[in-house]
Design a protein around this ligand. Structure first.
Ligand code: DGJ
Length: 758
C-alpha cells in the first residue's frame, strides 16, 4: 500500500517511489498539511508545526483561551473563508443563511486500491501494471452541511499524485459554490521560485521564473480556454534549482477552461499555492444532495531538477493520459494546406500539392480551413459544414479518393465550436450562440461561440462531425477553436445558473470529444486553438497532439517548444516546416534548421512543395527520412534541454536519449553569431558515464557533400569513440563555421566493442 494511515498519530502518508506527502488530523479535527518532498519513513512529522500566540490571528472557538492555535498560521490541506484563515482560500461559498463560511473538519476517510472516479472530466488513467491507491478524506462544515471530499490517488511507480476535490451538499439549504480550488499546497517556508509559462497568440508558453515575494502572484485565464497567455502547468522550485539539481514541485491542471493558480507568501514567510477553476465568472448553486466535481491536478516532486520533473510528466502523459492507438503507433508525417494556400485552392491544386508531398516522404495530406460553405475568407460560413463544390469539384470523397490513390492518407480541418453570423446555421439557430439578451455580441475573428452547455448543440456537433468522417476515408482531424469566449450566457439556463456556463461549456466539449474519439478510434485528432491557445493536459486526454503555435518561425519556435517541453512531451507538440521568409516574422532560416526544429515535435510541412526547387524538395525528402529514422528515439526517449534559447551562449540545444542510454540525438541551432566568436561546446546529459559512444555529426553541408545519401560524418578532430563522461563533462566542439540560424545534429550510439574499450 502506498497510502498509510497511522491510527496512533492520525496521519496519512502517501508514498510514491521517490516522494512522500503527509497530512495530519489535528486534535480539533482540522486537516493539516505536514510534508511534501523526498521520500521518508517517518509516520509523524507534525513536530514541524509550531504553536505560538500571534497577534491578529484569531483562534477557533474550540481552542478556548489558548491563543497559540490559529487557522491563519497552520499549514492546511483545504482552507475555507470566514473562519480565521485570511490567506488565499480553497473554497468560497454563500450558505443558505447568507453567510460565507466554510469550516471543514475531519468526518471520515476511505483508503482503497485503484483511482477515484471522475464524472465527465479527463484525468490520468490507470494502466494494468500501475500500483495505484486512493484516499478520500471528508471535511465537513457541520452548520451548512457542505462536505468537501479531498481525493488523492498515488501512482507509486509513476511518481505522481493526482488529486481533486468533490463537493457534496449534505445540508438542507442551497449553498452557492463561488470558488473551488483543486489543489491547496501549504509550505512552512517560502524560499522558492515560481515558474510559469506565458505569452500571447503566436508566441505561447515562454518560460518565466520569479522569486516568490510577499503577497500574491498569480497566473490564470478567463478566456474560456486555458489560453495562449498562461498555461495551467506551473513549477515551484528551490532558489538554486536548475536542470540537473534542486527541489521542484510540478502542478499540472487537467482542465481546458478558465483557471487560476495563485502563490502567496504570508506574514510568517510561509507559502500557499492554490490551483483550480478561476473563481471569476463561476458560481454553482448546490441544492440539497447536489454534488460538484472539481477537475484534477497532477502533482510531482523531485530533488533532481527540472529535467527530472519534465521526465515524470512526459512519461505519465505518454503512457497514462490518452488511450488513442496513436500513442503507441507511429504518427503520420503530414502536410497541411494552411500556409500553402490559405483559402485559395481547388481540387486540382490540392491534388498537385499532395503529389509533390508524396515525393517528400509525407504520409498524410491535411486540408485546412476553407473547404466548406462560402468560406473564402474568415468572415463567414462557420457552421455550414457542406463541401464547397466550387472549390472541390469532385466533392470531398472525390478528393480523398484521389489523394489516397497517390498513396497519402487524408485529414481535414474543422472548427466545430463556432458559428459565423453570416452562415445558414446562424440564420436557423441564432439561439445556439453564446450571447446575452439586450447586449450587443462581442465578436472574435468575426465569429461567435456555440453554447456547448446545451445538449441540442452538442448533438448537432457530434452528428455533423460524424457525417464528415463517414463521408470519406478520413484519417485525421485538426480540431480548431479560434477565439476567446465572452458573452457567457445560455438561453436554456435559469438566471441563477448562469455562473455555470463557462464550466458547463468545457464539460460539454469533453463530452463531445469523448464520443467522437471513441467512435472513430482510427482517426488521429490534433487539437488547436489558434495554435497553442488550449495546450493543456485536459485536451491531451482526447488529442494525442496539439498544434503548438501559429508561429512556424524556427527561431521563435525554439522558445515556444522549450517552454512547452517543461510540462509536455515532444510527441504532443505539433510542429511543421514552412517557407521563408516566414509568414509570421519575415525571417529567413535554412531549411535544415526549420526541419531540425520541427523534428522536436510531431514533424510535418506547411508549405506548397510545388513552389520549391528540386533541391529543396530533395532536402525535405531527406529530412523526412531522418525524422522517420529517429522517430522512436524522439518520441519515446528522455528529453534533455541542453542549452536554453534564452541563454548567452549563442546557441540552443536539446537531445533525446533512449531509455537504455544506448542511443541519442542532439540538435543545435545557432541563435546568435558574431565574427570570430568563441568556440562553442555541446555538453550531453543522461548518458552512461563509463561507456563509450560513437558520435556522428549530421549537417546540411555534409548532406550536400554526400549527395544527400549518407549524411554521416565524423565530428572534427574525433578519431574514435568518446566516453559518456567526456561527452557530458567536456562536450564536443560545435563547428565554428556554422552561420547564424544554421543547425547541426549529432547522433550518438553505444560503441560496438564497448566492453573492450572500458
Ligand atoms: C488557426 C490555426 O492555428 C491555423 O493553423 C489554421 O488552421 C487557421 N486557424 C485556419 O483558420
Amino acid at each position: 500500500m502506498s497510502i498509510i494511515f497511522s491510527e496512533k498519530f492520525r496521519t496519512f502518508s502517501l508514498h510514491t517511489n521517490r516522494s512522500t506527502y503527509q497530512m495530519k488530523i489535528s486534535d480539533m479535527g482540522y486537516l493539516f498539511h505536514v510534508y511534501y518532498g523526498e521520500r521518508i519513513k517517518d509516520e509523524d512529522l507534525s513536530y514541524l508545526i509550531t504553536y505560538y500566540d500571534r497577534g491578529f490571528s484569531p483562534n477557533p472557538n474550540q481552542a478556548g483561551n489558548d491563543r497559540t492555535i490559529s487557522l491563519d498560521v497552520m499549514p492546511q490541506e483545504f482552507s475555507g473563508t470566514g473562519a480565521g484563515d485570511f490567506r488565499i482560500s480553497s473554497i468560497e461559498v454563500e450558505n443558505s443563511d447568507g453567510s460565507r463560511v466554510f469550516e471543514g473538519k475531519y468526518a471520515g476517510h476511505r483508503i482503497y486500491k485503484g483511482k477515484y472516479k471522475q464524472h465527465g472530466l479527463p484525468g490520468i488513467r490507470v494502466n494494468e501494471n500501475d500500483c495505484v491507491d486512493t484516499v478520500e478524506i471528508d471535511l465537513k462544515d457541520e452548520v451548512s452541511g457542505l462536505k468537501a471530499v479531498l481525493c488523492y490517488t498515488v501512482f507509486e511507480n509513476l511518481d505522481i499524485i493526482t488529486r481533486k476535490v468533490h463537493i457534496v451538499n449534505e445540508g438542507s439549504g442551497t449553498v452557492r459554490l463561488n470558488k473551488i480550488m483543486s489543489v491547496t499546497m501549504d509550505y512552512i517556508d517560502s524560499d522558492y521560485d515560481f515558474i510559469h509559462f506565458d505569452g500571447r497568440h503566436a508566441m505561447e508558453r515562454e518560460m518565466h521564473r520569479d522569486s516568490v515575494h510577499y503577497g500574491q502572484q498569480s497566473v490564470g485565464s478567463l478566456r474560456g480556454t486555458s489560453s495562449h497567455q498562461h498555461n495551467p502547468f506551473v513549477v515551484l522550485c528551490s532558489r538554486d534549482a536548475g536542470e540537473a539539481a534542486g527541489s521542484c514541485y510540478g502542478f499540472s491542471f487537467v482542465y481546458s477552461g478558465n483557471f487560476q493558480c495563485v502563490v502567496q507568501k504570508d506574514q510568517y514567510d510561509q507559502l500557499r499555492l492554490v490551483m483550480g477553476i478561476h473563481p471569476e465568472c463561476f458560481a454553482w448553486p448546490l441544492n440539497k444532495g447536489d454534488v460538484f466535481d472539481a477537475p484534477e491536478v497532477v502533482m510531482a516532486y523531485t530533488n533532481q531538477g527540472f529535467t527530472e520533473l519534465s521526465h515524470i510528466y512526459h512519461d505519465v502523459f505518454r503512457t497514462n493520459l490518452n488511450d488513442s492507438i496513436y500513442m503507441k503507433q507511429k504518427r503520420p508525417v503530414l502536410i497541411n494546406s494552411w500556409e500553402a494556400a490559405y483559402f485559395d485552392f481547388n481540387h486540382e491544386t490540392l491534388v498537385k500539392m499532395a503529389k509533390n508531398a508524396a515525393c517528400m516522404g509525407v504520409d498524410l495530406f491535411v486540408l485546412d480551413d476553407g473547404w466548406f460553405g462560402e468560406r473564402n475568407d474568415d468572415t463567414c460560413a462557420l457552421g455550414d459544414w457542406e463541401v464547397n463544390t466550387e472549390k472541390l469539384s469532385k466533392g470531398l470523397k472525390g478528393l480523398v479518393d484521389e489523394i489516397n490513390e497517390i498513396g497519402l492518407d487524408f485529414g481535414i480541418w474543422i472548427e466545430p465550436e463556432m458559428v459565423s453570423e453570416n452562415s445558414r446555421l446562424y440564420l436557423s439557430h441564432p439561439e445556439w450562440a453564446l450571447k446575452i439578451p439586450k447586449r450587443p455580441v462581442t465578436r472574435g475573428r468575426y465569429q461567435l461561440v456555440l453554447d456547448l452547455s446545451r445538449k441540442d448543440v452538442r448533438e448537432y456537433i457530434v452528428t455533423f462531425v460524424n457525417q464528415i468522417l463517414d463521408s470519406a476515408n478520413i484519417k485525421y482531424v485538426k480540431w480548431d477553436m479560434n477565439r476567446s469566449i465572452s458573452d457567457a450566457w445560455s438561453g436554456l439556463l435559469d438566471k441563477s445558473d448562469q455562473g455555470k456556463v463557462m464550466h458547463r461549456y468545457v464539460l460539454g466539449l469533453y463530452e463531445i470529444l469523448d464520443r467522437l474519439v471513441h467512435e472513430h478510434p482510427d482517426v488521429l485528432f490534433e487539437g488547436c486553438s489558434g495554435g497553442g491557445g488550449r495546450f493543456d493536459a485536459g485536451m491531451l486526454y482526447y488529442h494525442p497532439q496539439i498544434w503548438c503555435s501559429d508561429n512556424t518561425d524556427a527561431i521563435n519556435r525554439l522558445k515556444i517548444q522549450y517552454g512547452t517541453s517543461f510540462g509536455y512531451p515532444v510527441s504532443s507538440m505539433g510542429a511543421h516546416v514552412s517557407v521563408c521568409p516566414n509568414h509570421q516574422t519575415g525571417r529567413t532560416t535554412p531549411l535544415q534548421t526549420r526541419a531540425v526544429t520541427a523534428m522536436s515535435g510531431t514533424f510535418g510541412y506547411e508549405l506548397d512543395p510545388g513552389k520549391m526547387t528540386a533541391e529543396e524538395k530533395e532536402q525535405c525528402r531527406y529530412m523526412t527520412e531522418q525524422f522517420k529514422k529517429y522517430n522512436d528515439l524522439i518520441f519515446n526517449g528522455d528529453y534533455y534541454r541542453l542549452e536554453s534559447p534564452y541563454g548567452d551562449k549563442g546557441f540552443a540545444a536539446w537531445a533525446y536519449i533512449s531509455k537504455d542510454k544506448e542511443e541519442g540525438l542532439a540538435s543545435v541551432v545557432i541563435t546568435d553569431k558574431e565574427p570570430n566568436d568563441a568556440q562553442r561546446y555541446l555538453k550531453f546529459r543522461g548518458l552512461k558515464a563509463d561507456a563509450f559512444y560513437e558520435v556522428d555529426g549530421l549537417t546540411d553541408a555534409h548532406c550536400e557533400a554526400d549527395g544527400l545519401t549518407d549524411a554521416h560524418c565524423k565530428v572534427n578532430g574525433l578519431t574514435g569513440a568518446v566516453s559518456g563522461r567526456a561527452l557530458m563533462c567536456a562536450g564536443i566542439p560545435i563547428d565554428n563555421t556554422l552561420k547564424e540560424y544554421e543547425s547541426v545534429q549529432f547522433h550518438i550510439r553505444l560503441h560496438k566493442n564497448n566492453e573492450e574499450e572500458i
